[in-house]
Design a protein around this ligand. Structure first.
Ligand code: SF4
Ligand code: SF4
Length: 356
């Protein structure tokens, strides 16, 4: 840690605190990992700050941090919680000159930190296939500012451009992946926890993503955030050029790790004009969320966060439902429903073609 942190430096530790779930759900970075990093930072003389912006902008962030066990771990280890929503945002121009999203509202503590240590969780992701080092930095965008990322970039390939913009602006000095217990299946919130049994670290988060995605059965070139980051020279994804120490990849690899839903694989590679021409077919090749009325508590989290405003709260009929016409399949609702009341439904064509 002394190689990264000098005495007196402000160190922002960025876990994945997506939702208020207990650590056994494997949705969030385990508090034990966060506590260990805080102690190491303090030992190196740094000031250990811990902050994230959960996916649910309406959530009570201190409560979320408490449910995940992060708040207690920070207190016990002698760190300081920072709540991005109270600390202000700074609009930063897109470093790639992205015209879709030219300004990114970054939480001030992430820009003020001398050092950032990124603590992602190894998980699958329904929109991006895999979520790790690069995607974890999306959390420096506080609350509602995240929605526009989905409406402006409904395709994962375009979404990745904005995510890599964020990573480039607040590039961590060190990334430590909590892969002790990861998540497989329909992640990042509703998949199944699965033991992986490792912590993986690198100064190059792109290389770490290439390795981790490979270890759970993806080619690094399938992950748009990895490809985009490499295109910009932010890191390495060629496994032959990445030095691995501590364990052999074939010792760690779990190739039967269940994948997230993904019906948009090849569509993403279409150029924009073909993608627009193919829109009616694309609609049929998409997976849509459906609300399980038995499980729905009408908490309205999905209703409030749907970037396409296509979730209906029918008070008369006392029901919440999804109007698929405007749905952009961003899966935010699926990610944020704490009651597992949203299922992902394959269209007949997706089932027929065996996609997703
Ligand atoms: S589907 Fe889930 S998030 Fe949406 S209102 Fe019902 S319980 Fe809440
Ligand atoms: S209904 Fe769900 S998947 Fe569709 S746009 Fe809204 S949040 Fe995204």
């Amino acid at each position: 840690m002394q190689a990264f942190v000098k005495p007196g430096q402000k160190v922002l530790i960025k876990p994945n605190a997506l939702l208020g779930q207990t650590p056994d759900h494997a949705v969030t970075t385990h508090p034990a990992v966060i506590a260990a990093v805080i102690k190491a930072v303090k030992k190196a003389g740094g000031i250990a700050l811990v902050g994230d912006s959960p996916g649910n902008a309406h959530s009570n962030v201190p409560e979320t941090m408490e449910k995940t066990g992060i708040k207690q771990a920070v207190k016990e280890a002698g760190g300081i919680m920072v709540y991005f929503q109270h600390e202000g945002i700074v609009p930063v121009p897109s470093p790639s000159g992205n015209r879709r999203l030219p300004l990114l509202n970054i939480a001030k503590p992430a820009l003020d930190a001398d050092v950032i240590i990124n603590l992602p969780k190894l998980k699958t992701h329904n929109l991006t296939l895999y979520t790790g080092a690069i995607k974890n930095m999306f959390g420096v965008i506080p609350g509602f500012n995240k929605s526009s990322f989905h409406t402006i970039n409904p395709r994962p390939r375009d979404f990745a451009v904005s995510i890599v913009d964020i990573y480039q602006i607040v590039k961590p000095a060190l990334t430590i992946m909590d892969a002790v217990v990861g998540m497989e299946g329909p992640g990042p919130a509703n998949g199944q926890p699965r033991k992986f049994g490792a912590l993986l670290a690198s100064t190059d988060g792109v290389a770490l993503d290439a390795v981790c995605s490979d270890l759970i059965g993806h080619r690094p070139g399938e992950i748009f955030t990895t490809v985009e980051a490499v295109r910009r020279g932010l890191g390495e994804m060629d496994l032959a050029r990445i030095e691995i120490v501590g364990a052999r990849l074939d010792e760690l690899r779990q190739a039967d790790w269940k994948k997230a839903f993904n019906s948009q694989g090849f569509i993403n590679w279409l150029p924009d004009f073909l993608f627009n021409l193919a829109a009616p077919i694309v609609k049929q090749l998409t997976i849509y969320p459906v609300i399980d009325q038995e499980k729905c508590t009408q908490c309205l989290t999905c209703f409030r966060h749907c970037p396409a405003k296509t979730i209906v709260h029918d008070q008369e009929a006392n029901v919440v439902w999804i109007d698929k016409k405007k749905c952009i399949s961003c899966f935010c609702c699926h990610e944020l429903c704490e009651y597992d009341a949203i299922k992902l439904d394959r269209s007949w064509l997706v089932r027929l073609l065996g996609l997703g």
